[in-house]
Design a protein around this ligand. Structure first.
Ligand code: UDP
Length: 256
């Protein structure tokens, strides 16, 4: 790898300065974390798969005029992206009850929600990303009402599109998380989709068996994490030959 300035290192990605101003290079690591970093493992090949799956989805979103930070994939583990100011919110869209909403509202996991629900969580590891309302978001100036409107409508468009995309390959989109950024273009600021869209940030269940094909395999110690991600990539027609040695290496921390 050439010597480049590291801008940020997160749990699953490293951001480097890009070749031109206003661009960054996102490097997808093999690291997997859950439960606020208490559980950690290196899943060989995960970064390669997420780079490809996220590229595939972001490119499709760009073609339906959902603006994203994605410019182009550079190699197996890296993609060129637009530099944005990240809005400190995780925007979750749910179609079926699972995970935290099932616990919080006492819903049976797998039960259909009356309609798609969009929720906001404040991005703060120390506070374990608490759920917040629009009142909190505007009062604390995390985002404006216009940005909230943009995020809700874009998220619902992404949901409609992804539900169809996955349904076509026998996968149910249970829920997913998006992050948004502010793109400054002269006088203009645009709200665009940032981060990644991959089995790390979505719940994906096989349409017929309900088998989990996402990060819950890691969170819940179900095994076969990268194999499931590779199967998602295979069904989407992205990767014909999944990378070899898809084994878990160096897992640490307690399961919940
Ligand atoms: N999610 C994520 N990052 C987070 C929290 C959630 O990508 O820090 C995704 C998660 O994979 C799922 C959706 O957002 O697809 C909803 O997650 P939930 O609130 O149920 O939390 P979890 O059960 O994952 O703690």
């Amino acid at each position: 790898m050439t010597r480049r300035k590291k801008v940020y290192e997160g749990k699953a990605k490293i951001l480097y300065e890009g070749p031109e101003p206003g661009t960054l290079v996102a490097y997808f690591k093999d690291d997997a974390t859950a439960f606020n970093n208490q559980k950690h493992a290196r899943l060989e090949g995960k970064g390669v798969l997420n780079n490809r799956i996220s590229e595939f989805i972001m490119e499709k979103l760009n073609t339906i005029s959902v603006p994203t930070h994605f410019i182009r994939r550079l190699n197996m583990r890296e993609q060129l992206i637009r530099e944005v100011e990240i809005i400190p919110l995780e925007v979750v869209c749910r179609n079926v009850a699972a995970g935290s909403i099932a616990t919080r509202l006492g819903l049976e996991e797998g039960s259909a929600l009356p309609r798609s629900i969009v929720e906001f969580y404040y991005k703060n590891d120390a506070l374990q990303d608490p759920i917040v309302s629009e009142e909190h978001i505007t009062a604390f100036n995390w985002a404006s009402t216009q940005e909230i409107d943009d995020m809700v409508s874009l998220t619902l468009r992404v949901n409609d599109f992804l539900c169809g995309l996955f349904a076509a390959v026998g996968i149910k989109l249970i829920d997913f998380k998006l992050e948004y950024g502010r793109l400054y273009e002269g006088e203009m600021v645009r709200t665009i989709v940032a981060d990644e869209i991959s089995p790390d940030s979505c719940r994906l269940w096989d349409m017929t068996t309900n088998e989990k094909m996402d990060k819950d395999r890691f969170r819940r110690d179900l095994g076969g994490v990268t194999e499931a991600y590779a199967e998602v990539a295979r069904r989407l027609g992205i990767m014909k030959d999944p990378p070899p040695n898809l084994t878990v290496v160096g897992e640490t921390g307690a399961a919940e």
